[in-house]
Design a binder for this molecule. Structure first.
Ligand code: HSE
Length: 433
């Protein structure tokens, strides 16, 4: 049978890794795919590739790859939003299948891209867009197809997890660890995408659609970064038996879908709390299987290439399958997508860690607990740190409550004359049910 011809656009970290894995493991890969896979052309900007391109056809015009009549599969590894979108749409218009590692592209333009692909009878595969080398998309879309997924929670940004781990284990400063993560090549070109939760929200948007069969709605995701987490809060959380992780959480509720990325206290002894450094992990709760956990490298040249190449193999295997028998892009048949709303964060529910700075005076806490009581907020634990100062930090854990009630309570407590400054609030998830 004729070999399948691939064009790679972008020869940076992931592109170089993909080239190396595809060439090094060519024989083994063709035994799995049932066809030989050859790299026909590479579109790249750099004159200094990280791999040996001798004998390769290269071009600096990536659109030449997307329109090359010889090419069956275009692999988009340039990243970013607009040029990547134009490239992928051009490839689809030209009847090419597409493999991409681009989470921003899928989260923001995925609905339009999948519709175009459906009309042209081509596939768009995007395993590498979420959690690098972890086959989480395949797991949710195929392995868990029997389940009603209740919720999933993931550490899906390696840079953020690396920073939180170093801050907790070594007491290092936020900015210093971020610099190291950038030097190690984990961080996005714009590292605010990592630390403000945008990268994680891209990935969570994709996972949420796959889990619940809803269109991609990145603009409805709530994002909160880690730059305001202090070593002090990390220590207090430890004292209470919790660890602070930057989590992406999506949950099906009676009212709609929660879609949120924020720092979260989780019990110290759950597996997710022990995922450290740059590693990623996603915990999925399904009604039939219960909880399953997927762990592995979320970034890196060959780890991400592992997912890119697996997608190429998938596309090759299904080249002969008719379109109605392919795995749908968003796990559910396009005509069966649900219109369940994505909830605003005020309508989501969680428990809370609160840290407030109170004047050391009898009766102050009574005012605070009265306000919480009036809003129906149950206190789970309370610690007042000993001090010789005139003011004292008070740390509280509450039970679950709708966020709008907590917002009201915080506003009223901050207005008390004996409460100083802003209250620090971090959501808490037990990840139990
Ligand atoms: N910047 C991302 C991370 C890389 O830190 O996880 C993989 O998407």
């Amino acid at each position: 049978m004729k070999p399948v011809k691939v064009g790679i656009c972008g020869l940076g970290t992931v592109g170089g890794g993909t080239f190396n894995v595809l060439t090094r493991n060519a024989e083994e890969i063709s035994r799995r795919a049932g066809r030989h896979i050859v790299i026909e052309q590479i579109g790249m900007r750099s004159d200094n590739p990280t791999c040996d391109l001798s004998g390769m056809q290269t071009t600096t015009d990536i659109f030449e790859v997307a329109t090359n009549p010889e090419i069956d599969i275009v692999v988009e590894l340039i990243g970013g939003y607009e040029t990547a979108r134009d490239l992928v749409m051009t490839a689809i218009e030209n009847g090419k299948h597409v493999v991409t590692a681009n989470k921003a592209l899928i989260a923001v333009h995925g609905n339009e891209i999948f519709e175009a692909a459906q009309n042209k009878n081509v596939m768009v595969a995007f395993e590498a867009s979420v959690a690098g080398g972890i086959p989480i998309i395949k797991a949710i879309r195929e392995g868990l197809a029997a389940n009603q997924i209740n919720w999933l929670a993931g550490i899906i940004n390696g840079t953020g997890n690396f920073i939180m781990t170093e801050m907790r284990e070594k007491g290092r400063e936020f900015a210093d660890v971020l610099q190291e993560a950038q030097a190690l090549g984990y961080a996005e070109a714009d590292p605010t995408f990592d630390v403000e939760g945008i990268d994680a929200a891209h990935k969570l948007t994709i996972l949420s659609s796959l889990a619940f069969g809803i269109p991609l709605q990145f603009n409805k995701a709530y994002t909160e970064g880690i730059s305001r987490i202090t070593p002090q809060d990390i220590r207090y959380a430890e004292e209470l038996g919790y660890r602070v992780k930057h989590l992406g959480i999506t949950r099906r509720t009676d009212k709609g879908i929660e879609l949120r990325v924020h720092p979260t206290l989780i019990p110290k002894d759950v597996l997710l709390a022990n995922v450290n450094g740059v590693m990623n992990a996603i915990l999925v709760d399904g009604d039939a299987v219960g909880q399953t956990l997927y762990y592995g490298p979320g970034a890196g040249a060959e780890a991400t290439a592992s997912s890119v190449v697996a997608d190429i193999v998938d596309v090759v295997r299904t080249l002969t399958a008719d379109r109605d028998n392919r795995v749908p892009h968003l796990a559910f048949q396009p005509s069966a997508l649900s219109d369940a709303p994505v909830l605003p964060v005020e309508a989501t529910t969680s428990a809370y860690y609160l840290r407030l700075q109170a004047v050391e005076r009898p009766g102050v806490l009574a005012y605070v607990t009265r306000i919480l009581g009036e809003k129906g907020i149950n206190i789970e634990a309370i610690i007042q740190k000993q001090t010789t100062e005139a003011q004292v930090p008070v740390i509280m854990l509450t039970q679950r409550v709708e966020e709008r009630m907590m917002n009201e309570a915080i506003r009223e407590i901050e207005a008390l004359p004996d409460i100083l400054g802003e209250i620090v609030r971090i959501r808490v998830e037990l990840l139990a049910d």
